[in-house]
Ligand binder design. Structure first.
Ligand code: ZN
Length: 218
């Protein structure tokens, strides 16, 4: 299974995009009501952000739809507890598509939305092939078994920038001290004053990219 460890930007190709922009999900393994509410609220927030505004109204037409799975859905997202926060990247026709959320550390709206963006087909921003133009990676500060999280992806059939520039503000960007073994930064932006790893909500460009990938209409 391909999990969200590293890589950069959107997965390419119709076969990894959710059919009809619908993401049926099975959330039956999540037992805590607070957790259930956080997950469904994160879905609502992301759906609204991706939605198309209606003229002179605060309502929006959804463009991607997360909804509970129905009996005849054969491909769906399974959401369950796990040891860390991770998710399958993009739609997979003949594979389980799973989001794991650790009870401690994953139940924040921004974190859940980050995992949902993986599910929609996005890799980590700092794994873009052009990331070295934007970041210095301090390998000496990375935890020994975590170097793979800083892999750089090559542009290929599975990594595609859709024509968009590097986005420091992406919800898919790690923070400066991600997987640090000594409290020192592992990622330092080359652009002065750039802030990375906000992880609270999707950036404007994240939304533009989701709308592009899912061909949302204006
Ligand atoms: Zn991730």
């Amino acid at each position: 299974m391909i999990l969200s460890t590293g890589r950069g930007l959107a997965i390419y190709g119709d076969e990894n995009r959710w059919p009809k922009n619908i993401i049926p999900y099975d959330i039956s393994a999540i037992t805590d009501t607070l957790h259930l509410n956080l997950i469904t609220n994160a879905m609502e927030t992301l759906m609204y952000a991706v939605g198309t505004p209606n003229y002179q109204s605060t309502t929006r037409n959804s463009c991607v739809y997360f909804r509970p799975k129905k009996e005849n859905d054969t491909n769906f997202l399974t959401i369950q507890y796990g040891k860390r926060c991770s998710a399958t990247v993009g739609f997979r026709k003949s594979q389980r598509i799973v989001m794991h959320l650790a009870k401690k550390g994953c139940f924040r709206s921004g974190t859940i939305q980050h995992e949902l963006l993986h599910v929609l087909g996005f890799w980590h921003e700092q794994s873009r092939p052009d990331r070295d133009d934007y970041l210095t990676i301090h390998h000496e500060n990375i935890q020994e078994d975590r170097h793979h999280n800083f892999n750089k992806y090559e542009w290929s059939s599975k990594a595609y920038n859709q024509g968009y520039q590097y986005d420091y503000k992406s919800l898919m960007h790690y923070g400066a001290k991600a997987f640090s073994k000594n409290g020192e930064p592992t990622l330092v932006p080359k652009q002065t004053n750039a802030v990375i790893g906000l992880r609270k909500k999707s950036s404007e460009q994240d939304i533009v990219e989701v709308r592009h990938l899912y061909k949302c209409e204006n």
